[in-house]
Design a protein around this ligand. Structure first.
Ligand code: COS
Length: 386
């Protein structure tokens, strides 16, 4: 259920001020330290950011999708690693439980995810399984534990798992049935302290410093059968539904970052003078600002329309893929123009523009590459013909 408009506007204003006044001054520090300061994480918890999408029944704020994307526009106003801190709890880490969890699973995990007491991660990708996510090789075999309880013995490796370093629970997709294809895949809620589970060292990466990705290894880990999310063989579909929603959220973050970069470009271009006039007076600079603004507005409209459709209870596989494809490519072009407008300064670390240029590159890759989004858009369009 939507918040009343006044409460929502207050929340939006609080988040806007938090982004502008608290987070933006820390961007350089986060990049240098490759870490989000602990006091900032505590403030995020107190503001309820970990529970944005979780129902108030479980201690969250319970935003609608239309509200959530408007919050994400604001969160895009700063380095995306801040959003990642609670992003998996809002999206891919919690939504499997929301979509397919039993009442017991919801009662056990959602309050801890909403408060930030538990960090939730989503473990689909593997060393040999990226875009072809129906081909997961991790195996979950039904067995009995030492006490005779029903378990699945889970073995395999998951790769590039966001927030794995801090996670207390993982949604893990593993094969329980047919040797090939999504139909043989089930989803499990796997607590971090399970014997046989280990987390690798964080990877060194191109951007989004402060947000960590690691391998997660399972060596015959006994997952209680009660931790299966949904029916056996339904895990791939759960993962796809989680991703539909996640892709829309990411699209909104892309719009927010594009707007931040456009604002930075306009500020720089009006201040900086060459040939006796401000850069903003030059039509070739104006063209870059105009293209960026028009594209960002188009992406925003796409995101808002898809969010409204989701709130109306409709499936948004096509819309989420189109939004993710367009918005992530769009912010890449905007970041490239931002470097160009800033000239030499755009290439220098101090200005933060090159940092965004590196940070936004990930949006075209994670939660489905641009090529996977194209494939989904085409499939859905062809399927819906007539
Ligand atoms: N919602 C609900 N069900 C879905 C779905 C969705 N969005 N997408 C697919 N399904 C269902 C299909 O309806 C099909 O069901 P049936 O077996 O009952 O017919 C089943 O899932 C298999 O779907 P499909 O045949 O389309 O699977 P494919 O293996 O051909 O491909 C793609 C699916 C490529 C779209 C998928 O693997 C994908 O999104 N890959 C990218 C993964 C990704 O984003 N990884 C990022 C890492 S996670 S951060």
């Amino acid at each position: 259920m939507a918040l009343d408009p006044e409460t929502f506007d207050q929340l939006l204003e609080t988040i806007r001020r938090f982004v502008q006044e608290r987070l933006r001054p820390l961007e350089g520090q986060v990049e240098a330290d490759d870490a989000i300061p602990e006091d900032v994480v505590e403030e995020m918890k107190a503001m309820g950011l970990f529970g944005l999408s979780i129902d108030p029944e479980y201690g969250g704020i319970g935003l609608t999708m239309s509200e959530e994307v408007r919050v994400a526009f604001e969160l895009g106003g700063t380095t995306p690693a801040f959003r990642s801190t609670f992003g998996t709890n809002v999206g891919i880490g919690s939504q499997g439980v929301v979509i397919a969890g039993t009442d017991e699973q919801k009662a056990e995990w959602l309050p801890k995810m909403a408060s930030g007491e538990a960090i939730a991660s989503f473990a689909l990708t593997e060393p040999d399984v990226g875009s072809d996510s129906g081909a997961v090789k991790a195996k979950a075999v039904r067995a009995k534990d030492e006490k005779g309880g029903d378990v699945y013995r889970l073995s395999g490796t998951k790769r590039y798992i966001t927030n794995a370093d801090k996670a207390s629970v993982f949604t893990v997709m593993a094969r329980t049935g047919e040797e090939v294809g999504g139909r043989g895949v089930s989803a499990f809620l796997v607590p971090r302290d399970l014997p046989g589970l280990s987390v690798g060292e964080p990877e060194k990466k191109m951007g989004q410093q402060g947000a960590k990705v690691c391998d997660v290894n399972f060596d015959d880990a006994p997952v209680p059968a009660a931790n299966r999310l949904g029916a056996e063989g339904e895990g791939f579909k759960v993962a796809m539904q989680v991703l539909d929603r996640g892709r829309l959220h990411i699209s909104a973050v892309c719009v927010g970052i594009a707007d931040r970069l456009i604002a930075d470009c306009v500020a720089y271009a009006t201040e900086r003078k060459q040939f006796g006039q401000a850069l903003s007076e030059f039509q070739l600079i104006q063209a870059m600002i105009a293209d960026s603004k028009a594209e960002s507005m188009a992406a925003k409209a796409l995101v808002l329309e898809a969010a409204a459709k989701k709130d109306a209870g409709e499936r948004i596989t096509l819309e989420a893929a189109a939004a993710k494809y367009f918005a992530s490519e769009m912010v890449g072009r905007v970041a490239d123009r931002a470097v160009q407008i800033h000239g030499g300064a755009g290439y220098i670390n101090d200005y933060g523009i090159e940092r965004f240029y590196r940070d936004v590159r990930l949006f075209r890759i994670y939660e489905g590459t641009s090529q996977i989004q194209q494939l989904i858009i085409a499939r859905e369009t062809i399927k819906n013909r007539g």
